[in-house]
Design a protein around this ligand. Structure first.
Ligand code: ATP
Ligand code: MG
Length: 563
């Protein structure tokens, strides 16, 4: 993520970086200026991470800067809540816009002046057609459009009407300002597109100062120009808008001419990535808010314990192409999450489905504090103490009656190592009236305390995890699977019909080693042999709540294949 990355062998190479390099080499631009331009009408998702890592990434690599600009031109859908969430997510991902925080709404007065400029030059007019009529007049891909009957209003009349629009004399939709370009243009975006519309709405930043607002298309390129953006990077759906942006720049007294380059959008399997659909999931209570850990939002991933570094690494290896949006497997993201967590996550012991173990030759009330390694991948992570006592809990599926030979865990008559603790032999399984095993009676060998082997040279094949019954803390653990039960939700109809009803399972029987009461929120920890988990924002030391971040291996994909 530093400038040095540019020269390193693994620095990404793509057509965008090639263009930037050649523009800088040829002196066509003095320094690189990019921007990330979200519309504050929802939370950021993993697709935005691709754009963020590109825009902020190239700025860092080429010694330029990247602005954060909110394209806040539609007060009907935009909220301060979203502005705050977006800023938090961009920072969390590790990007710093410094003093370069902008809003399209900062430019409203300038944009108004430029609309007046177009009118004065006969290049824009006030129209009375309503939305439906405008659609009719627009024509189709095969047929040219028709001129509006109001297209030839005089400059004076247009100026007067526009001023009166601003003064609030008209209702929503009663008038609209359109650029006067060409109703027969092959590119429909050039068929006299709307540039100003009436919206009697309170804006999150300008309040009630305006009742007319520039369209996204009229604000976007001009905001780039005002900020001196040299390379305006966006996704392919804006390719057809580029001729319009260029038309505005050519016909307005702007001082810079930003070039726009389009790249492929990221789509991810087993989820949806458009804010409209994500908002629907939130509004219909399919999930518990934008930061629900099942959501592909940055705040959802954060809450779930995905490290920002893993998302950056994932985004950085995605390709940038000029055509076709390809679907990336969710498993690809998971790979980078596991890789990062294996290196960084502390290890702890926890039991999700507890089975009681009583060590009969262990003195009542005695506690032996064992040394446990915090992270075998990181020498500096140190050690902690875990209490070994007469009554312990192990994972129910670490015991089996009539176990086959290859079952290297506990069974009556078999011996295993209790991790960081002793060799333990199971002598008896106690059952309830239904025949369910409810307790194991065991013995331990005092000569096998962690680190020592028995003098007779005896070995065990299995090592299992455990918690002390006396010290363990009870927790709620939220287990997540993909939110959709097919890779391409909505491909055969409504995407909400493809929601996986079992994407969240709540486990209320989990028992954790005591140090987990103080676990930092959203920082993933490996529960040994079970997977990665993190304390949820709902967690308190008195009422622990954990999320499963991700399993140790991709067991879900395997189950899907089998099923
Ligand atoms: P959505 O379609 O999800 O609502 P959007 O494009 O409307 O997204 P914006 O807030 O306008 O969202 O996006 C900010 C920037 O992020 C834009 O430059 C856009 O091109 C980029 N972006 C959005 N979605 C993706 C994606 N899936 N992959 C790559 N870049 C994206
Ligand atoms: Mg959009």
């Amino acid at each position: 993520m530093s400038k040095a990355d540019n020269s390193s062998a693994d620095a990404p190479k793509d057509f965008i970086r090639e263009i930037i390099q050649s523009d800088l080499d040829a002196g066509r631009v003095e320094g690189l200026v990019t921007r990330f331009p979200p519309e504050p009408n929802g939370f950021l998702h993993i697709g935005h991470a691709k754009s963020l890592c590109l825009n902020f990434g190239v700025a860092e690599e080429f010694g330029g800067r990247c602005h954060l600009r909110f394209d806040d031109t539609n007060p009907v859908k935009e909220e301060t809540l979203y502005i705050d969430a977006i800023k938090k997510d961009v920072s969390w991902l590790g990007f710093d816009w410094g003093e370069h925080l902008y809003y399209a709404s900062d430019n409203f007065e300038q944009l108004y002046t430029w609309a007046v400029h177009l009118i004065e030059n006969g290049k824009a007019y006030v129209d009375d057609l309503n939305a439906e009529q405008m659609r009719e007049y627009r024509g189709t891909l095969k047929e040219p459009g028709r001129n509006s009957p109001h297209r030839d209003r005089s400059v004076e009349e247009n100026l007067d009407l526009f001023a009166r629009m601003r003064a609030g004399e008209f209702a929503n939709g009663e008038k609209i300002v359109r650029a006067k370009i060409d109703m027969a243009a092959g590119n429909i975006n050039l068929r006299d597109p709307a540039i100003y519309r009436i919206l009697h709405e309170t804006h999150p930043r300008t309040g009630d100062a305006w009742c007319i607002y520039p369209t996204y298309d009229f604000a976007h390129g001009q905001s780039d120009a005002i900020e001196g953006i040299t390379h305006s990077l966006c996704t392919l759906e804006f390719e057809d808008h580029r001729p319009l942006y260029d038309w505005f720049v050519a016909n307005l007294p702007v001082t810079a001419a930003p070039h726009q380059y389009e790249f492929s959008r990221l789509s991810l399997s087993h989820t949806v990535l458009s804010k409209r659909n994500l908002k629907k999931l939130v509004d219909d209570n399919n999930v518990n808010g934008w930061d629900d850990p099942r959501m592909p939002t940055l705040s959802g991933f954060r809450r779930r314990g995905y490290p920002a570094s893993a998302i950056r690494t994932f985004a950085r290896q995605l390709g940038f192409t000029k055509s076709g949006d390809s679907v990336v497997e969710m498993a690809n993201l998971d790979f980078f999450v596991r890789e990062a967590l294996n290196k960084s996550a502390q290890r702890r012991m926890a039991v999700l489905d507890p089975l009681k173990v009583v060590i009969e030759n262990w003195p009542e009330g005695e506690v032996d504090w064992m040394d446990a390694v915090n992270n075998p991948e990181d020498e500096n992570a140190g050690k902690r103490k875990v209490p070994f006592t007469r009554e312990l809990y192990i994972e129910r599926d670490d015991f089996m009656e009539d176990a086959p030979k290859k079952f290297f865990r506990l069974s009556v008559g078999r011996e295993v190592r209790f991790k960081y603790g002793f060799f333990v032999t199971c002598t008896e399984a106690i059952k309830d009236e239904n025949g369910k095993v409810v307790e194991l009676r065991c013995t331990y060998d005092p000569e096998t305390r962690s680190g020592s082997n028995p003098p007779d040279g005896r070995k065990v094949k299995g090592t299992i995890h455990w918690v002390s019954a006396e010290h363990a803390i009870a927790a709620e653990v939220r287990l997540y699977d993909p939110l959709f039960n097919r890779p391409d939700p909505g491909a055969d109809g409504d995407f909400q019909d493809d929601i996986n009803p079992d994407a969240l399972t709540i486990n209320r029987s989990a028992l954790l080693e005591p140090s987990l009461a103080e676990a930092p929120i959203s920082e993933a920890i490996q529960f040994e042999r079970l997977g990665y988990f993190c304390a949820d924002p709902d967690h308190t030391p008195a009422a622990p709540v954990f999320n499963r971040t991700i399993g140790l291996r991709d067991s879900w994909a395997k189950a899907q294949k089998k099923g």
